[in-house]
Design a protein around this ligand. Sequence first.
Ligand code: BJW
Length: 260
Amino acid sequence: MTAATADEIARARTILRGARRLLVFTGAGVSAESGVPTFRGPGGVWNSYRAEELATPEAFARDARLVWEWYAWRRTLVARCEPNAAHHAIARHVAAHPESLVVTQNVDGLHQRAAREADPTRGGTSVVALHGHLFGVRCTRWPACSTRGTHVATIDATSADTLPRCERCGALLRPDVVWFGEALEATDLEAAFDAAQRADACLVVGTSAVVQPAASVAATAARAGAPLIEVNAEVTPLSRLATVSLRGRAAELVPALLDD
Ligand code: BJW
């Protein structure tokens, strides 16, 4: 990895600071320095499981206890994490540029927490969470059963009998996240692709850009003419579309790009 040079940072900074409608597209790498493991790459292991093994409806149908155990472990871990300097710099920038939007693949809620701090009035609405919410649940009979919401209580995944159940219909609850093979929320996709079409610039932070359709959000912005600035520890499939592709740590580079 060759670290970003001062010239590259200065060029990216000029582009980003001139953008009124900035689209910020992020993945697990933006939260890595908060202590949240990434999915892929070095250190990219969640308790020795890969997302492709447990983040599927088939895995939940086969062994709901195991999948809930994985999510319970992740919830405990993320509950101890705080937004880092990258989340805060992004939140401050978006608060100062209300036509900007954060589109994240992360389910950890750290962008939303930073956004609420930076702008209590707009708060979480400046963040579109394409893959759902780690501290959300919905009924497994959803949408036939409408139970869906925030759930922060401890999950007891010691047996199938102790898993959380729907208060309305008694069916199992499941994490309110998007698993492989499942459709993303239409309203979230529309907001993300609409912002991509209209963006003056797009800042992509900490994603391997291999999961679709999310990765296409940044590619769409680039194809619609927005200069794309990438911050990542490694080269990704988006690097070749980038106007400036910066190698390095998000918590160091993002404030250097966005802060006054
Ligand atoms: C740092 C750093 C630091 C580290 N600083 N950088 C087209 C082609 C091929 C396949 C498909 C396709 N279209 C759809 C598919 C199938 C599939 C897919 O994309 N598969 C690919 C893997 C091949 N997609 C789906 O199934 C999606 N659904 C769908 O398409 O439905 C269609 C449908 C339509 C209508 C009806 C029904 C169905 C759904 C995808 C859901 C993904 N879900 C997960 C789990 C979410 C819940 C949970 O968290 O438990 O989302 S998987 C996992 O990957 C998670 C992430 O959001 C997502 C992306 O990962 P991300 O964020 O990029 O993280 P990493 O770890 O991969 O990368 C981290 C990066 O950070 C690295 O690059 C590091 O270098 C960097 N980094 N430290 C800066 N400090």
